[in-house]
Design a binder for this molecule. Structure first.
Ligand code: PLP
Length: 388
């Protein structure tokens, strides 16, 4: 049975070209980039090249890129870094209520340390209203954090509009662009952000490496203390093979981005249309247009998301019920609840995220298999029986 992977938002396979460029840095060029002899300097030179490639992908300057262990660290670094460096100015942070746990949990941590956080509501499509951002600003606000696109429902937020508001008020603005970088155009100057988080494993790079873009003159304290790596902004010996792989992935993404987004948008339309036509009581979650090219999120009434995921897995199809981090918990998604879905609708949700190796045939197979699974599960469902 051919396995079909439709969970590219959870992680992507590392591109074979990426693996190829990484390999010598495990064995041949294994030096510590801080060492002044040739082994070390070769590794350092390669890191600098990778930094340029990552910077080019987002329209940044290379000195504004700090490599991290992933998206979670980049989010933590941005938020705690700004909060602790600007405490004397104020203690108020604004974030959307549909942020990834890496942002939400960091904000909650800061609340326990005396900061106050306003979590902005979103509309039924998961959109933040820039006017709400404006209204939430106080003279104590030091940071606004709104994600570029949501990892569960794919809604793309009006980042440029929000950044104008932040700029006018003289407040730092961070965006978590983990789901967008490499998939849709991301330019830090067009978006007008001061801080932007990226993760390599979401764009066909390796796991355990990411980056935080830090606009020049942004005041933040380091998240890790120790050595003087990354211009004293992130201590610890660099993950050299990971960074080299990240650089290659960024280079490939830059070459392929437009064409691939168009191809995925067609496949997304095929999947969404097919699901709505072949299964009744289905709701498409997220914004109909302002959404990631590869994301389809649906709520299917009278069935549990987990049961669908397990049944699809038996057919060799991998999808998720929400974000990978929360899919092992039975708590309904905070994103879907914030979009005013009921607990039942949130529990009956499925996220399909398509990618480089998804084909039309894969989508057809899902459209063939899923209606049968839903019919089988509904036949056993006490939820549906109580409606009859
Ligand atoms: N932010 C978003 C929007 C994500 O989707 C993820 C991963 O699921 C992260 C942050 C965390 O990234 P990482 O797995 O690299 O720590």
């Amino acid at each position: 049975m051919k396995r079909i992977y439709l969970d590219y938002a959870a992680t992507t396979p590392t591109h074979p070209d990426v693996v190829k460029v990484m390999l010598p840095y495990f064995t041949k060029v294994f030096g510590n980039p801080s060492s002044i002899y040739s082994y070390g300097q070769e590794a350092k030179g390669a890191i600098d090249e990778a930094r340029v490639k990552v910077a080019n992908l987002i329209g940044a300057q290379e000195e504004e890129i700090v490599f991290t262990s992933g998206g979670t660290e980049a989010d933590n670094f941005a938020i705690k870094g700004v909060a602790f460096a600007n405490e004397s100015k104020g203690n108020h942070i604004i974030a959307s209520s549909i942020e990834h746990h890496a942002v939400i949990e960091t904000c909650k941590f800061l609340e326990r340390r005396g900061f106050s956080v306003t979590y902005l509501a979103v509309d039924e499509y998961g959109l933040v209203d820039p006017n709400d951002v404006k209204k939430a600003i106080t003279d104590k606000t030091i940071l606004i954090s709104v994600m570029h696109a949501n990892n569960e429902v794919g809604t793309i937020e009006p980042i440029a509009e929000i950044s104008r508001i932040a700029q006018e008020a003289g407040i730092y603005f961070h965006t978590d662009a983990v789901q967008t970088t490499g998939h849709i155009p991301v330019d830090v100057n067009e978006l007008g952000v001061d801080l932007l988080s990226i993760s390599a494993h979401k764009l066909y790079g390796p796991k355990g490496v990411g980056a935080l873009y830090i606009r020049k003159r942004t005041k933040l304290v380091p998240f890790m203390h120790g050595g003087e790596q990354e211009r004293r902004r992130r201590a610890s010996t660099e993950n050299v093979p990971g960074i080299i792989g990240f650089g290659k992935a960024a280079e490939l993404a830059r070459q392929e981005i437009g064409e691939e987004a168009e191809r995925l948008t067609c496949l997304r339309a095929q999947l969404a249309k097919g699901l709505l036509e072949r299964i009744d009581h289905v709701r498409l979650n997220g914004h109909p247009i302002m959404r990631l090219p590869n994301n389809v999120n649906v709520s299917i009434d009278y069935v549990e998301g987990e049961s669908m995921v397990l049944n699809l897995d038996l057919e060799g199809i991998c999808v998720s019920t929400g974000s990978a981090c929360s899919s092992s918990s039975l708590e309904p998604s905070h994103v879907l609840l914030a979009m005013s879905l009921s607990h039942e609708q949130a529990h009956g949700s499925l996220r399909f995220s398509l990618g480089k190796w998804t084909t039309e045939e894969d989508i057809e197979r899902v459209l063939d298999v899923l209606p049968r699974i839903v019919a089988k599960l509904r036949a056993m469902s006490p939820l549906l029986k109580s409606q009859r």
